[in-house]
Ligand binder design. Structure first.
Ligand SMILES: [Zn+2]
Length: 127
């Protein structure tokens, strides 16, 4: 006679989790498709771009360990700090967010000595 336990075996627990993962995967795909439909048909109303630069501190790169040979051997060098320009904008209608690291040139009117001129400025470009 087979002994039954009130506690599920590891196999039963694992199979239960597999079933749950399959169900949640279907739910996730449905949610993603629904969100995609909403954001695709939205006539986006974008907020002004917000500047969100990504800063990387400079650091000392020690290069390849002594004894390493070859023309591609990396020598010790200082990697300077750098800032990657990035902007994001959000749609006020559907909440969709876009980020970009690209800019484009735009003519901006300015007043110099009472006369209107224009200067070329970089503005974030979203695609
Ligand atoms: Zn939208």
């Amino acid at each position: 006679m087979k002994e039954t336990s009130q506690f599920p075996t590891d196999l039963e627990q694992a199979n239960g989790l597999r079933k749950r993962i399959a169900e949640l995967t279907v739910e996730l795909k449905d949610a993603e498709a629904g969100l995609n439909r909403l954001t695709t048909r939205c006539n986006h109303q974008w907020t002004e771009p917000v500047y969100i630069p990504e800063h990387h501190e400079g650091y000392q790169d020690h290069g390849d360990p002594p004894g390493t040979m070859g023309v591609d051997r990396r020598l010790p060098s200082y990697i300077p700090a750098r800032t990657i320009d990035e902007w994001k904008r959000t749609c006020t209608q559907c909440g969709h967010t876009q980020k970009t690291r690209h800019t484009r040139k735009e003519q901006k009117p300015i007043i110099v000595s009472g006369r209107q001129q224009s200067v070329e400025v970089d503005v974030p470009a979203f695609y």
